[in-house]
Write a protein that binds this ligand. Structure first.
Ligand SMILES: NC(=O)c1ccc[n+]([C@@H]2O[C@H](COP(=O)([O-])OP(=O)(O)OC[C@H]3O[C@@H](n4cnc5c(N)ncnc54)[C@H](O)[C@@H]3O)[C@@H](O)[C@H]2O)c1
Ligand SMILES: O=C(O)[C@H](O)COP(=O)(O)O
Length: 528
């Protein structure tokens, strides 16, 4: 069945076409995202959800999303998605980090001019027939200092444009390197210095605990009299009450605001303030940017739903469309190793170590580790997947280590998973042969070579004559058909392991009989 995608926001119809061309079923309901209750009712029918900022993907919506695998944000900010809830449910959240950056930077520059020259108010007055030439005396921007708070994708484009307009640009961004600042031609400063020196301040950070109200009354106090503030990033970055007071008093001469603490902002404390210019979250709204982000999100979501390729995900390592098919057998092997170890582990786990040797060490081991953790946790948590497994392991206090090495033994690729519990260490290792099939090649240091079927019997025993015959008789007498039989031992007469693939469930009474056979130490069914 083709994956089904819901577009619940005003995306460019270009996205619909991409989904259809790629063979997905798509429902385009551009206003549905505004109706949380209705979205929660229908979300269970979809594998993918494509959104912009109007759809709030809450914990409740995610809880109802039984088959959802991916949320695609056609744009940058994902603060309207409950990422921890999505991650815990195994839903990938991806965005399009560059598609609307130029357009948004252009809007910030346009808003700076609009505020500096009072263009909206002058326009309204002129069209009202007033011709108030002396009322609208503006501020020139040439040679003025622009203070950037946040110098990432959009901030750095704003910097380039502002330098082109002959402004001096200073930036506060803890993650901006000195080299990048030089490359951009901006001066890196601390926040207080920025407040002290800037004639215009523009915000370009995400909304986080650290950036919330980064401009409040105390910050405004430190600024130059007659400063201008431009916010085309996120509403909560500026304390709207403090900005209103500062506009009323004239401390801030003008403010240009595209984003609000509560949206849609049909009412706001800022409305009507002197020197205020507003737009309704239009930063990304050009036909070029909307086409870009819609095409990109539809491609990314289709790639994931059809091929398992992951790009621009917030909560999962990337896997390119080219590497996805190469990775597939190794993902399967890693999951099998995890599942094998998980089904044998009964006490609390301190650490899971993954060792990658040979070709596989050059691959995307983050994804493989996530697959191994998925296999490990699945016996406990049925809905875990590669997105949620690393977080769930961390929440359970399991330390995860991965080590990469060059080829050491005969296998061109080799993955060993070791589980360290309070009581013991247990390892299981495997490889993928050129036929693309994963094999288990070592259990607790004992060599063997087994393909895992859906029903396996795992038996540890003493290596003594007659044991195999007795085991075969018990299974045969009980009507359990043996599909494959794999043996390994440390040395003649010592510890041995037997991995038997059987065609179906083995009744508890049969397991009991095997357990009572002479030389058997442990017997367990494993399901893959
Ligand atoms: N108005 C719109 O329509 C619109 C459109 C696109 C993006 N946005 C918003 O613009 C903002 C910036 O987007 P971007 O693509 O440039 O993001 P980005 O991740 O490329 O850049 C953000 C920058 O902020 C910096 N930063 C993080 N914490 C900081 C802090 N405490 N102080 C200073 N800097 C800090 C980061 O180091 C990074 O360089 C986001 O909030 C995004 O949601 C708005
Ligand atoms: O983060 C973004 O990409 C912008 O805020 C754009 O939001 P929009 O897609 O709702 O216009």
């Amino acid at each position: 069945m083709a994956p089904r995608v819901l577009i619940s926001d005003k995306l460019s119809p270009a996205a619909v076409q991409i989904f259809k061309d790629r063979g997905l079923e798509v429902d385009f309901q551009p206003d549905l995202g505004k109706d949380k209750e209705r979205l929660a009712e229908v979300i269970g029918e979809y594998d993918g959800l494509a959104i912009r900022s109007a759809t709030k993907v809450t914990e409740k919506i995610i809880a109802n999303a039984g088959r959802l695998k991916v949320i695609g944000r056609a744009g940058i900010g994902v603060d309207n998605v409950d990422i921890p809830a999505a991650t815990a449910k195994g839903v990938i959240v991806m965005n399009t980090p560059f598609g609307n950056a130029i357009t948004t930077a252009e809007h910030a520059i346009a808003m700076m001019f609009a505020a500096a020259r009072q263009i909206p108010a002058a326009d309204a007055s002129t069209q009202a027939g007033k011709w108030e030439k002396s009322k609208f005396v503006g501020t020139e921007i040439t040679s003025k200092t622009l203070g950037l708070i946040g110098c990432g994708n959009i901030g750095s484009i704003v910097a380039e444009r502002a330098i082109g307009l002959k402004m001096r640009v200073i930036a506060f961004d803890p993650f901006l390197s000195a080299e990048r600042a030089i490359e951009l031609g901006v001066e890196k400063v601390d926040l207080d210095e920025l407040f002290r020196r800037a004639d215009f301040i523009t915000l370009h950070t995400p909304l986080t605990e650290k950036t919330k109200n980064i401009i409040d009354s105390a910050a405004i106090e430190k600024m130059k009299d007659g400063v201008y503030i431009i916010n085309c990033a996120r509403g909560g970055l500026v304390d709207e009450g403090a900005l209103r007071d500062a506009l009323d008093s004239g401390k801030v001469k003008g403010a240009a605001v595209d984003v609000f603490s509560s949206e849609p902002a049909t009412e706001n404390i800022l409305f009507g303030a002197p020197g205020l210019v507003c737009t309704p979250h239009l930063g990304a709204s050009t036909s070029e940017a909307q086409e870009n982000v819609a095409l990109q999100v539809a491609e990314q979501m289709s790639d994931y739903l059809l091929k398992g390729a992951v790009s621009n995900a917030i909560n999962m390592p990337s896997i390119t469309a080219e590497e996805a098919p190469i990775l597939t057998p190794f993902v399967k092997l890693a999951e099998q190793l995890g599942s094998f170890a998980g089904q044998l582990t009964e006490t609390s786990v301190r650490c899971i170590r993954l060792e990658y040797e040979g070709d596989v060490a050059e691959m995307n081991v983050k994804a493989l580790t996530a697959a191994a953790l998925t296999g490990f946790l699945r016996p406990l948590l049925q809905t875990v997947n590669m997105v949620s497994a690393p977080v769930l392991a961390r929440e359970r206090g399991i330390q995860v280590e991965d080590v990469r090495r060059e080829q050491q033994g005969v296998y061109e690729n080799y993955i060993r998973l070791t589980v360290i519990t309070e009581r013991q260490e247990r390892s299981v290792a495997g490889t993928v042969f050129s036929d693309g099939k994963p094999r288990i090649i070592q259990v607790k240091g004992i060599n063997m070579e087994a393909e895992l079927g859906s029903h396996m019997l795992y038996i540890t025993n003493a290596d003594k004559p007659g044991f195999i015959g007795h085991l075969g008789m018990v299974l045969g007498d009980s009507g359990v058909n043996i599909a494959t039989f794999n043996l390994g031992r440390t040395a003649p007469g010592e510890d041995a392991i037997c991995l038997v693939e059987v065609d179906g469930d083995v009744p508890a009474s049969v397991l009991d009989t095997i357990n009572r056979l002479e030389h058997v130490k442990q017997v367990k069914t494993l399901v893959f």
